[in-house]
Ligand binder design. Structure first.
Ligand code: ATP
Ligand code: MG
Length: 563
């Protein structure tokens, strides 16, 4: 049963549902649907729609139907169906128990079209697409009727049957709803409801060569499935009168209502399937699941936790106002979910060798490190320490400013979980590049020793040269370098961020990372959150994605953009 709450604080759609329940309008329960077209992978915008539709079904003990909107065989593909089911399940929603396809109803759509023809509400038009466009009028001018508009019911029935039988070529005839060529709403100027398309459909094969148009099929399917609240994005607002017209003029089992909310627009990325498909086809990314893509598959591979994505969708809410959400909002949800669960490890992304000259050659000791600073139950692990270690190149500066508290000639720093070391000598190659540091350690500064708490200003991470594991580390940045890719006259591809992927081939990680599973996020101390790549990482060759940095390095940029 629905919990006893008031509508206060709820979004406008949930308020409408509350009112409908109150008035007894939905006594059989709430039914929503999520209707992706299987012509691409799901993205973060779809996540918003899923959280709304599946979320409402769960909150009101109703149901949400996953309906594949497969009425356009041109671009649709089974591989997209499979990816969509996988992504929905991963996001935490039920993708199987109520799964339908618009193509399940092809017979019914056909019967509905016959009904409209019989009632004088639809006719076969034989103008070309070009001619139809010319007669449609504009926003300021009414349309003009087609010369075929007054065909008799008998003639229309005959032609429509022959369209179905395959007697005509694509585009030779279409079936149009007979509504109002003078309507101020262009969608009502006798919209097409069926067209000829001699293409094999991925489910129905060659059984059909006529296919229903979206608006007609969508309204009819909603009514056939007894959807109570058909929730879609604002661009369908102008289609609602047609949606209502279809339902009013057919005798269907229910009369659903359509409600529109604003789509999710996310800064520095795109949520258009067509554009995402272009990135894949033109190989600007490695595939739909490239970790830089705002697709569910890309975010999963990147290491974004499903609850973080759901949490983000909850935070942005549902309104009718068009806006652009900062990427930082999504990234903060990701950090908030990773911080309590990710075990801390030491990893050096750009290694610089350090020889601890006063540490005995051949000696190794195990130092104890906490897996999580806030969670004692996460336990501890051992870090092998020896004479030769790696530190981060940028933790050393030869000519350091006064406030640089890491390694510099003569300077001291603490090695995390280990000793304080002092930089005694800088070794360079013939080209003058620093290739090695010679340091000395203070044995009394280890945990448990008398000077364990001796303070130095900087602490840096490190790994053992001998025992650390080599890894390829992939650092991702935003896919686009501007907040609104493709704005102005620029092609969105020109706004791609050339630095969106940086591959580090020589990284070293502490030995505990060996064999890590690809769904276990880690925090590399000081470097961010990381996860082994599900496609490329193997026990022989670690390939690791940076999920996200520890802090939002773009915050300043976004503030500047807003100003
Ligand atoms: P297409 O141009 O291929 O139709 P689409 O983005 O509308 O692209 P669909 O597969 O038709 O993709 O979308 C399925 C559902 O997801 C629809 O109900 C749609 O309104 C919703 N949806 C798609 N993009 C967004 C978005 N950016 N924000 C919120 N909802 C979205
Ligand atoms: Mg769509």
């Amino acid at each position: 049963m629905k919990e006893e709450t008031t509508s206060a604080g709820k979004d406008f759609i949930r308020q409408i549902i509350d009112a409908d329940l109150e008035s007894g309008k939905c006594s059989d329960g709430i039914i929503t649907r999520f209707p992706p077209e299987p012509n691409g992978y799901l993205h973060i915008g779809h996540a918003k729609s899923m959280c709304l539709n599946f979320g409402i079904a769960a909150e009101y003990s109703g149901s949400c139907i996953l309906r594949f909107d497969d009425t356009n065989p041109v671009k649709e593909d089974q591989k997209f169906v499979d990816s969509i089911i996988k992504d929905i399940r991963w996001l935490g929603f039920d993708s199987e128990s109520r799964l339908t396809h618009a193509s399940d109803y092809f017979e019914k759509f056909y019967d509905c079209a016959i009904t409209l023809i019989e009632h004088g509400k639809a006719y076969v038009d034989s103008l070309s697409a070009e001619e139809i466009r010319e007669l449609r009028g504009t926003l300021t001018e009414p349309g003009k009727p087609s010369p075929y508009r007054e065909r008799s019911v008998a003639e229309n029935l005959d032609l429509f049957a022959r369209m179905k039988a395959g007697e005509f070529a694509d585009g030779e005839h279409i079936l149009r709803a007979k509504i109002d060529m003078a309507s101020p709403n262009i969608n009502l100027r006798d919209p097409a409801i069926y067209r000829i398309r001699k293409i094999t459909h991925q489910r129905t094969g060659d059984s059909w060569c006529i296919y229903p148009m979206y608006d007609f099929a969508h309204a009819t399917t909603d009514a056939l499935e007894s959807i109570t609240h058909s929730l879609c994005t604002l661009e369908f607002e102008d289609h609602r009168p047609l949606y209502d017209w279809v339902i009013k003029n057919l005798d269907l089992p229910s009369e659903p209502n359509q409600y529109e909310f604003s789509r999710l627009n996310l800064a520095y990325t795109i949520t258009s399937k067509r554009k995402l498909a272009t990135l894949v086809e033109e190989q600007k990314v490695v595939g739909w699941d490239d970790p830089r893509m705002p697709t569910i598959a890309g975010m999963r591979r990147r290491g974004y936790p499903a609850p973080a994505i759901r949490d983000f969708c909850g935070r942005i809410g549902i309104t009718k106002k068009e806006n652009i959400i900062e990427m930082g909002v999504l990234e903060n949800s990701v950090r908030e979910h990773l911080n309590p669960i990710a075990h801390r490890v030491l990893a050096v992304l750009n290694p610089l060798k350090v020889v601890i000259t006063n540490y005995p050659e051949g000696q190794e000791e195990m130092l104890v490190a906490d897996n999580h600073p806030m969670d004692p139950e996460a336990g501890q692990r051992e870090l092998p320490f020896s004479r030769e270690i790696y530190v981060e190149q940028n933790d050393f500066m030869e000519e350091a400013p006064r406030k640089f508290f890491r390694l510099k000639p003569g300077g001291e720093v603490r090695l995390r979980y280990a000793y304080i070391i002092r930089c005694d000598e800088v070794i360079k190659n013939a080209a003058g590049e620093v290739i090695e540091l010679h340091c000395s350690y203070d044995p009394a500064t280890k945990s448990g020793m008398p000077d364990a708490n001796r303070k130095v200003k900087g602490t840096i991470h490190w790994v053992s040269c001998d025992k650390s594991l080599p890894a390829e580390v992939r650092l991702y940045d935003r896919l686009f370098s501007v907040a609104r890719p493709g704005s102005g006259d620029t092609d969105f591809l020109e706004h791609l961020n050339p630095g969106s992927l940086e591959v580090l081939h020589g990284a070293r990680v502490e030995p505990s990372v060996k064999g890590i599973s690809t769904d276990v996020p880690l925090q590399f101390e000081r470097n961010g959150y990381f996860v082994a790549d599900s496609e490329n990482s193997s026990p022989e060759q670690l390939v690791i994605n940076r999920v996200i940095t520890l802090r939002d390095s773009w915050l300043k940029q976004e503030k500047a953009d807003r100003a």
